[in-house]
Design a protein around this ligand. Structure first.
Ligand code: TZP
Ligand code: MG
Length: 216
């Protein structure tokens, strides 16, 4: 058994350098941590491995003083080289057992799920630390083929296993109050922070909405 515990999932920022501009990504992420982001995932599906390594190393260095961990989307083979705290895989990426072999017992592993069956399979693998449940609402950030789950669907999947979870997809400050009683441990966002001019302010509002249920 490893001692890695569970990451703080309360406000999970998933990156998009397409939205921030490549040159502004690190500053955006650090600003968002000062507003209360608790976990960051580097998700750059169109970047080369070399770019993901460079960006990942910059983020690890910039996040070190904040104590906020960095996970790597999909490119599990780069986690060690980047020095990241773990990986996040989708249903079409490496399966959790193989991903765990690559990252070892001390790093975190998350998996995206869209159905109860996928959530149960993730739990049964014994290797997944948390679930990303989505899309909660329609999103322009990622091409998705399944209909949005809406809060009721998120709730059903969140309660299907013992694994902690976050909801993702189309979440902004106004959606957080409807989700916080769905059995999830937090919310994950891309455009609600990366697509805004004031990442610190947006993170602050998202965190306040998560903690109080009031969207200001
Ligand atoms: N997985 C499911 S929806 C999504 C991902 C990566 C994109 C979410 O982006 P946004 O901008 O928060 O809707
Ligand atoms: Mg993927």
């Amino acid at each position: 058994m490893s001692g890695r515990g569970i990451p703080d999932l309360s406000l999970y920022l998933v990156t998009s350098s397409e939205l921030t501009g490549r040159g502004r990504l690190v500053d955006t992420v650090v600003a968002a941590t000062t507003g209360g982001v608790s976990l960051v995932q580097l998700r750059e599906p169109d970047a080369s491995d070399a770019d993901v390594v460079a960006l990942g190393r910059d983020l690890v260095a910039a996040l070190a003083p904040t104590g906020v961990p960095l996970l790597i989307n999909d490119r599990v083979h780069l986690v060690e080289e980047i020095g990241a705290a773990g990986a996040h895989v989708g249903q079409d990426d490496l399966d959790p057992v193989k991903a765990r072999e690559l990252i070892g017992p001390d790093r975190w592993l998350g998996q995206s799920v869209q159905t109860v069956e996928q959530a149960r399979a993730a739990a049964e693998s014994g290797e997944v630390d948390y679930l990303g449940i989505g899309p909660a609402w329609p999103t322009a950030t990622k091409q998705v083929t399944v209909p949005p789950l809406l809060p009721a669907g998120v709730r059903t999947i969140a309660h299907a296993t013992e694994l902690p979870s976050v909801a993702i997809g189309g979440i902004g400050v106004d959606e957080v109050p409807q989700l916080r009683t769905s059995g999830i441990s937090g919310v994950a966002v891309v455009s609600a922070i990366c697509g805004r001019l004031d990442p610190r302010g947006e993170a602050t509002r998202l965190r306040a909405a998560w903690e109080t249920g009031i969207a200001l």
